[in-house]
Ligand binder design. Structure first.
Ligand code: DSN
Length: 440
């Protein structure tokens, strides 16, 4: 049977590109810690006819007719989100993480109010008050930093700073911090200085739901998460909060910042929660952490310097410049060329530039979704070392790319079936030096 038959008829070029991307995702080791493989069920909901309708408003209070089914879908997603996190209120309409953070700030802050978030170059996020982002332009941002000695959060220092700058809101939750976050310390600090405690758990949602990282709820006042990272859902986000903030954040999201919700995403978020409530998800979350630790240990054996010395969660940030004399961009390009997808990243107190920083960020949610375990992580650690020790050697990169494509054949990607490609595209041009998948 033809795969993607309607696309084949209507837009074969786009169909070829989508299949090429499927093959790329199958034949490479994807280590970007914010990425994952959505299940077939999540993909079905995301690609459904729910994309056809507008539903401005909230269940039971819409501006358009025809909401008999969407009200049920959104209510199901909300109820599952509330139950999963144990929060009073959930809003599943934010289009992604940045608009979700913006909605919270719009709801609880006035322009010029002071906010504190971890500085972007140290593992925060643009929307946590970085100067080029709305959050650093609209609000007075007083970023906190890591302890230069331990490269970890120094809660006493954050507390001292909070007493001085008196923020209206403190953001906790990061994009490149490999350690457990002590949410209770943030609660203590916020209580002492009268700040709102906002948790951005986008990276670690899956770990929290699977019991592999402590939850900030119900301690946090407000929170957001994207749905496509370790939660393994569709591209989207949600806002979670205590009852006292519910009305203000709902108003901030719609009509404050957004129009119609993306109902196909809402449905897929509900599906992701259903999947995350199964016992297998607990094992998945635990394995993500075991895999990250195994990969970190292997990199340490190869004398890479890991930021903070290791990891407690799904990600590893490591220096390539001091470890192997190669800057982060050159390192991530060489890795991609050899079949390992990662992103270059600033390390704390980096003296290089964001476009070519000193380090690389990797994580294990995607490879764990493919069923890889500690033994595979050790192999991946060896490949990373081999590539970064010989980054200029085309023969090494070629050989490694071949080995990795072969290795990847044995690890199925959720949401994909290589049999679908059997009659298509000998080897997609976009995927570079990859071997063709065969029926297995
Ligand atoms: N782009 C995400 C990440 O990679 O961490 C954050 O939004």
């Amino acid at each position: 049977m033809t795969y993607l038959p309607a696309l084949k008829k209507t837009d074969p070029k786009m169909r070829d590109l989508i299949i090429a991307e499927e093959r790329r995702q199958w034949s490479k080791i994807r280590l970007i810690p914010s990425e994952n493989y959505a299940s077939s069920a999540v993909l079905e909901a995301s690609g459904s006819v729910l994309t056809n309708i507008y539903s401005e408003g909230y269940p039971g209070k819409r501006y358009y007719e025809g909401q008999q089914i969407t009200d049920q879908i959104e209510t199901l997603a909300i109820e599952r989100a509330k139950a999963a996190f144990g929060v009073d209120h959930a809003n599943v309409q934010p289009y992604s993480g940045s608009p979700a953070n913006m909605a919270v700030y719009t709801a609880v802050l006035q322009p010029g109010d002071t906010i504190m978030g971890l500085a972007l170059p140290q593992g925060g996020h643009l929307t946590h008050g970085w100067k080029v982002n709305f959050s650093g332009r609209l609000y007075h941002s007083a970023p906190y930093e890591l302890d230069p000695r331990t490269e970890r959060l120094n809660y006493d220092q954050i507390w001292k700073q909070a007493k001085e700058v008196k923020p209206k809101l403190i953001v906790a939750g990061f994009t490149a911090y490999p350690r457990i976050i002590e949410w209770n310390r943030f609660r203590e600090i916020c209580d002492d200085v009268g700040a709102i405690f906002h948790a951005d758990i986008s990276h670690i949602t899956g770990l929290i739901l699977g019991g592999a990282h402590p939850s900030p709820f119900p301690m946090a006042d407000t929170g957001i998460t994207t749905s496509h990272k370790s939660l393994r859902g569709p591209r989207g986000a949600m806002m979670l909060c205590k009852a006292q903030y519910a009305q203000a954040v709902d108003k901030a999201i719609m009509p404050g910042l957004q129009g119609g919700p993306h109902n196909q995403t809402t449905a897929a978020i509900a599906v992701a929660f259903k999947e995350a409530s199964q016992p297998a998800f607990k094992e998945y979350a635990a394995q993500i952490v075991k895999n990250a630790k195994a990969l970190a240990d292997q990199l340490l054996k190869h004398n890479f310097r890991l930021i903070s010395g290791g990891t407690d969660n799904h990600l590893i940030l490591f220096e390539t410049f001091t470890s192997k004399g190669i800057l982060g961009r050159d390192a991530s390009r060489a890795l991609d060329r050899a079949g390992i997808v990662a992103n270059c990243n600033l390390v704390p107190f980096d003296t290089q530039t964001p476009m070519n920083p000193s380090g690389v960020r990797i994580g294990t949610p995607s490879v764990t979704s493919r069923g890889m375990k500690e033994a595979e992580m050790r192999k991946i650690g060896d490949w990373i070392n081999e590539v970064l020790t010989h980054a200029q050697d085309e023969a090494v990169l070629d050989r490694t790319a071949g080995e990795i494509a072969e290795f990847c054949r044995s690890f199925a990607c959720p949401g994909m079936d290589p049999h679908n490609w059997a009659d298509d595209l000998p080897v997609a041009a976009q995927t570079g030096k990859q071997v063709a998948m065969s029926r297995s």
